[in-house]
Design a binder for this molecule. Structure first.
Ligand code: GDP
Ligand code: IMO
Ligand code: MG
Length: 437
C-alpha cells in the first residue's frame, strides 16, 4: 500500500487535517491537489495547535515532503504568511521540502475583490463563500486568463498581462457588480513581485516528482480539501465551491494517471456540519444542535463562522461512497456524541410523500426533503482517552457498525479527540493499517 487519498465525505471540516497528520507518521510525501485557502485544517499534537490553510497537513513530520499540485489555487501572500508561522515554530520550510507546481494558479487581489463584490451583489441569494477569491481564480483558469506560478519567472511579460486583466476586471467590478472601488494594477504587480521574490525557489514539477516518488516506492498521501457535497459538479449546487473535491480530482489536479492511487479514504463526522448557505436536510435548530456546536467546537477555522450542525445523513453518505469509490471511512468526533440520550441517523429522504433514490439535484428540492430517521441509544462515557476499538462503549460500537452497514462501506478508523493520538483503528478493516505499517 503506497498511496492513499483522504477525502471529505460531507460538507468539509470533517477532520481531514487531523487524520492526514496522523497518517503522515508513515508517509514520505503529502500532496494538496485542489482548493485553496478556503480550506482550514486544525492539527493538535501534544497540546500544541497548528492551523493550516494551504501547506499540506503532513508538514509537522520532519522528513516528509509537501507538494502543492497544479489543481490548487494559491494566494502567495497567505502561503508566505503560513510559511513564516511554521518557521517561527521551528519547522523546516526549505524549498527542498515544500514544492509548488509550476502550473498552480495564483489568487490575486482582484480575485478576492471579485469574490466579495459578487457575494454582495447576490444579496439574499449569496453562496456564503469564504471570500478568499477561490471561485474567480478557477474561473480565470477556465477562461484562460489565469496566472500560473511559472509566469512569475518572466515579470516583464506578466506585467503586460496584468494590465489587461485588471482593466477587464475593473470594468466588471464597477459595472456589473456595482463595486465602488477599482483594483490598482500597480498593487497587483507589486503583490506578484513579492510572490516571485519569495516563492520562485519553491517552483517545481509536481507531476514528475510524484512519478519519481512512486518509482522509489515512497508512501504518498493525497490530501483533499473541502468535501464531497461541495464538489462544483456533483455537490449541492449552487451552494458549493469551485473545484472538484472528489477522489477523481487527484488525477487531473496532480497530472498523474488513475493507477497512481491504491486506496481511497473518506472522512466523515459522526454527525454532520455545514458552513455557509445551502440546504441541509438533517440540520438541528434546537438544543441538541447547540450542544453539538458547543461540544464539537464547531466554529470555522478559516472564517470564524459558527458551523450549522445536524444528524449524520446516510443518504448523502451513500452518494459520497459512490462518487469517490471509498474503500473505507474514518469517522471523526465520535467523542462529541457522548452524553446524548438518543442519536439519530437519516436513512431516507421523502419528497412530496415519496421516497427519493438519491440526493436531489435541485437545491430547491433538497431544501424540501423530509428526512426519515432511525434512533440509537446514546452513551455517557468520555471517549477521548480510549485507544482500542473494543474499549468503546457497546452503544458506540453498535452505532459505528450500523453506519457502515447502511452506507455499505467499512470503517477503518475512528477519531475520538482533536489530538493526533486520539485515533483508533478498526479491528476488521486492514488496508489503512497496512499503510501505517
Ligand atoms: P478539516 O477541514 O477537515 O481538516 O477539519 P477542520 O480542522 O476544519 O475541523 C475539524 C475540527 O475538529 C478541528 O478543530 C479539529 O481539531 C477537531 N477534531 C478533529 N477530530 C476530532 C475528534 O475526533 N474529536 C474532536 N472533539 N475534535 C476533533
Ligand atoms: P475544509 O478544507 C467547509 C464552503 C464555504 C461556502 C462554499 C463556497 O476546511 O474542509 P468558496 O470560498 O470555496 O467559494 O465557498 O464552500 N467551503 C467550506 N466549508 N470547509 C471547507 O474547507 C470549505 N471550503 C469552502 O463555506 O459555503
Ligand atoms: Mg476545515
Amino acid at each position: 500500500m503506497s498511496s492513499l487519498v483522504v477525502i471529505g465525505a460531507q460538507w468539509g471540516d470533517e477532520g481531514k487535517g487531523k487524520l492526514v497528520d496522523y497518517l503522515t507518521t508513515n508517509a514520505d510525501v503529502v500532496v494538496r491537489f485542489q482548493g485553496g485557502n478556503n480550506a482550514g485544517h486544525t492539527l493538535v499534537v501534544d497540546g500544541v495547535t497548528t492551523k493550516l490553510h494551504l501547506v499540506p497537513s503532513g508538514i509537522l513530520h520532519e522528513g516528509t515532503r509537501c507538494f502543492i499540485a497544479a489543481g490548487v489555487v494559491l494566494n502567495p501572500d497567505v502561503f508566505a504568511q503560513e510559511l513564516d508561522g511554521l518557521e517561527k515554530a521551528g519547522i523546516n520550510i526549505t524549498p527542498e521540502r515544500i514544492i509548488i507546481d509550476r502550473d498552480t494558479h495564483l489568487i490575486t487581489p482582484y480575485h478576492v475583490a471579485l469574490d466579495e463584490a459578487r457575494e454582495r451583489s447576490r444579496g439574499a441569494d449569496k453562496i456564503g463563500t469564504t471570500g478568499r477569491g477561490i471561485g474567480p481564480a478557477y474561473e480565470d483558469r477556465a477562461n484562460r486568463t489565469g496566472i500560473r506560478m511559472a509566469e512569475l519567472l518572466n515579470m516583464e511579460e506578466l506585467e503586460q498581462k496584468i494590465l489587461k486583466n485588471v482593466e477587464e476586471k475593473n470594468r466588471y467590478l464597477t459595472g456589473a457588480l456595482g463595486a465602488t472601488e477599482e483594483v490598482s494594477a500597480d498593487e497587483v504587480i507589486s503583490f506578484l513581485k513579492r510572490a516571485a521574490d519569495r516563492l520562485i525557489p519553491h517552483i517545481g514539477n509536481v507531476s514528475l516528482l510524484i512519478e519519481q516518488a512512486r518509482k522509489l516506492e515512497k508512501r504518498i498521501i493525497f490530501e483533499g480539501a473541502q468535501g464531497t457535497l461541495l464538489d462544483q459538479m456533483h455537490g449541492t449546487l449552487p451552494y458549493v465551491t469551485s473545484s472538484h473535491t472528489l477522489s477523481g480530482a487527484v488525477f487531473t489536479g496532480c497530472g498523474i494517471g488513475p493507477r497512481s492511487l491504491d486506496s481511497v479514504l473518506g472522512v466523515a463526522k459522526a454527525y454532520c456540519t455545514r458552513v455557509g448557505e445551502g440546504p441541509f436536510p438533517t440540520e438541528l435548530h434546537d438544543d441538541t444542535g447547540e450542544q453539538l456546536r458547543t461540544k464539537g467546537g464547531e466554529i470555522g477555522t478559516t472564517t470564524g463562522r459558527p458551523r450549522r450542525c445536524g444528524w449524520f445523513d446516510a443518504v448523502a453518505m451513500k452518494r459520497a461512497v459512490r462518487l469517490n469509490g471509498f474503500d473505507s471511512l474514518a469517522i471523526t468526533k465520535l467523542d462529541v456524541l457522548s452524553g446524548l440520550e438518543q442519536i439519530k441517523v437519516c436513512i431516507n429522504y421523502r419528497l412530496d410523500g415519496s421516497k427519493v433514490e438519491d440526493v436531489p439535484s435541485l437545491s430547491s428540492e433538497l431544501a424540501k426533503v423530509e428526512p426519515e430517521y432511525i434512533t440509537f441509544d446514546g452513551w455517557e462515557d468520555d471517549l477521548t482517552g480510549i485507544r482500542k476499538w473494543h474499549h468503546l462503549p457497546a452503544e458506540a460500537r453498535f452505532y459505528l457498525a450500523t453506519l457502515a452497514e447502511i452506507v455499505a462501506c467499512p470503517i477503518s478508523l475512528v477519531s475520538v479527540g482533536p489530538e493526533r493520538s486520539s485515533t483508533i483503528f478498526s479491528s476488521t478493516a486492514s488496508f489503512v493499517s497496512n499503510f501505517m505499517g
